[in-house]
Design a protein around this ligand. Structure first.
Ligand code: ATP
Ligand code: MG
Length: 456
């Protein structure tokens, strides 16, 4: 917290003597935030507000990211102007939201979000609603200090003032950023109960920023993890994309595991990973996430379908093994396992069909890769999900070497023209007819394991 002895330009502006928060102003020459790193559109909004007599601040993730030398993906503005006053200032402005009423100022593809300072306290007006300790409506306006303390982490509650280019800190966030600490504002348990998604945000932002989660902020996580099961499935879906498709998926996964959140988010996969003694499945998941992180770093596209195929693969393998033990035939078992795992997962995370269907196709195609029958090979090669499924097959080598020959075959096959492919298929066929010593093999029907699933 802002210590008057060590802070620069400290001034206690609290109206209430019991408030533990005091303002620390970090002047321009003592921080690294430069206007050249701020989006010109955000600057336009800030200046227009200030010139109209309103307070205008850059806030939240953008300030935090700029302080650690990162490049923010969006710039949020906070002000004492009401949404209607903001709308009156900008022609390109629309008001949105019910839970949070916000102004969006639209510049082509860039949207600058402008939020009016909000208070954390209930003024009895019905503008703030709680249900079972959870916040469902939050529209009470307040002072900048009120606005700071209702935010989640201290590093997210810093304000860059356009009037003097200083950073305003009410919660000790500036020091925490320097110390690279995630620290919840207020009582951690109460803040997690108000909004369990904050647990995921703690893990995600720590992973993204390379911060430690401070002890008091970390302590309740395993204890309260199950509350996440009550969060809105659509919101959890969005959080999963941010956790795993923003370039820090491996660190996010390790964080979720460490704090017991994986068991709530992906219960069946977590159980399957735990019972997989060799650790092969976990190695595969980590390797897949590492690839994804690399792709993000290289600005290559990544897909939610592939991500979920990966995260739920342990659950799929387990469900498949169970069904096969019950005597269900392979293809039928694969279909049922895919449906079952998808259905169960939907109770926590709202995975839209446009992603769950391709995810299932990636799984089901795994069962086709052992076939060398011409017709089937062509059908597999021309399947719209072939490329993703093939990448997935290659990834499975991390867990089991049994796919090496298949990977080789399909790597070649997809590069070949029709006639070339014909001769490859003939060769594959001939090879299948010879034994290790090159002698003609007696025909035998070998049943492949279910996409290698049980073995992994
Ligand atoms: P990023 O955009 O990098 O994912 P962010 O911190 O900007 O991270 P947003 O979801 O864009 O995350 O939220 C913007 C700001 O709103 C946060 O910095 C924080 O101050 C506040 N905030 C977001 N979610 C919550 C929450 N669940 N509880 C309290 N404050 C929140
Ligand atoms: Mg943001």
């Amino acid at each position: 917290m802002g210590n008057p002895e060590t802070s620069t330009g400290s001034a206690n502006i609290n109206s209430s003597a019991t408030s533990p928060f005091s303002l620390r102003v970090i002047p321009r020459d003592q921080h690294n935030i430069s206007r050249k790193d701020i989006s010109p559109n955000a600057l336009r909004v800030l200046y227009r507000l200030r010139d109209s007599g309103f307070g205008a601040y850059l806030v939240g993730g953008a300030v935090r990211d700029l302080l650690v030398g990162g490049s923010p993906k969006d710039f949020d503005v906070a002000t004492d102007a009401t949404p209607e006053q903001v709308k009156a200032l900008f022609r390109n402005c629309r008001l949105i939201g019910r839970r949070f009423r916000l102004a969006h100022v639209v510049f082509g593809r860039e949207i600058i979000e402008v939020a009016t300072f909000r208070a954390n306290s209930d003024d009895g007006s019905g503008d703030r609603e709680m249900e079972n300790g959870m916040l469902v409506r939050d529209n009470v306006y307040g002072s900048i200090e009120d606005d700071a303390v209702r935010r989640d982490f201290t590093c997210n509650a810093l304000y860059y003032a356009i009037e003097d280019f200083s950073v305003r800190d009410y919660t000790g966030g500036f020091e925490d950023v320097q110390a690279r600490l995630m620290k919840l504002i207020g009582d951690p348990e109460q803040r997690y109960r108000e909004d369990p998604v904050r647990m995921l945000r703690a893990v995600r932002l720590a992973a993204k920023l390379g911060f430690q989660i401070e002890d008091a902020t970390a302590e309740p996580l395993p204890r309260l993890a199950s509350l996440l099961g009550e969060a809105a499935p659509a919101r959890l879906f969005e959080e999963v994309l941010k956790l795993f498709l923003s370039g820090h998926g491996v660190a996010s996964f390790e964080g979720l595991e460490r704090y017991g959140l994986l068991d709530v988010m992906f219960p069946e996969s977590a159980a399957a990973l735990r019972s997989n003694r060799s650790g092969a499945l976990r190695r595969m998941v980590i390797e897949g996430l590492r690839n994804t992180d690399l792709r993000v770093a290289n600005d290559e596209p990544v897909s939610p379908s592939f991500l979920f195929a990966l995260l739920l693969w342990p659950a799929f393998c387990r469900a498949l093994a169970t069904l096969q033990k019950q005597g269900v035939a392979l293809e039928e078992a694969q279909r049922r396992a895919a449906d079952r795992v998808t259905l169960h997962q939907l109770t926590t995370i709202a995975l839209p069909r446009r992603f769950s269907l391709p995810m299932q196709e990636i799984w089901l195609l795994q069962g086709r890769f052992s076939s060398r029958q011409r017709k089937r090979v062509i059908r597999t090669l021309t399947h719209p999900r072939f490329r993703a499924a093939f990448d997935f097959l290659a990834l499975r080598q991390v867990a089991s070497s049994e796919h090496a020959a298949d990977v080789e075959f399909w790597r070649e096959a997809q590069l070949q023209s029709g006639p070339e492919l014909d001769s490859t298929l003939d060769a594959a066929h001939a090879e299948a007819e010879l034994d290790e010593n090159g002698a003609p093999r007696k025909r035998r029907r070998r049943r492949r394991r279910p996409g290698g699933a049980a073995g992994e």
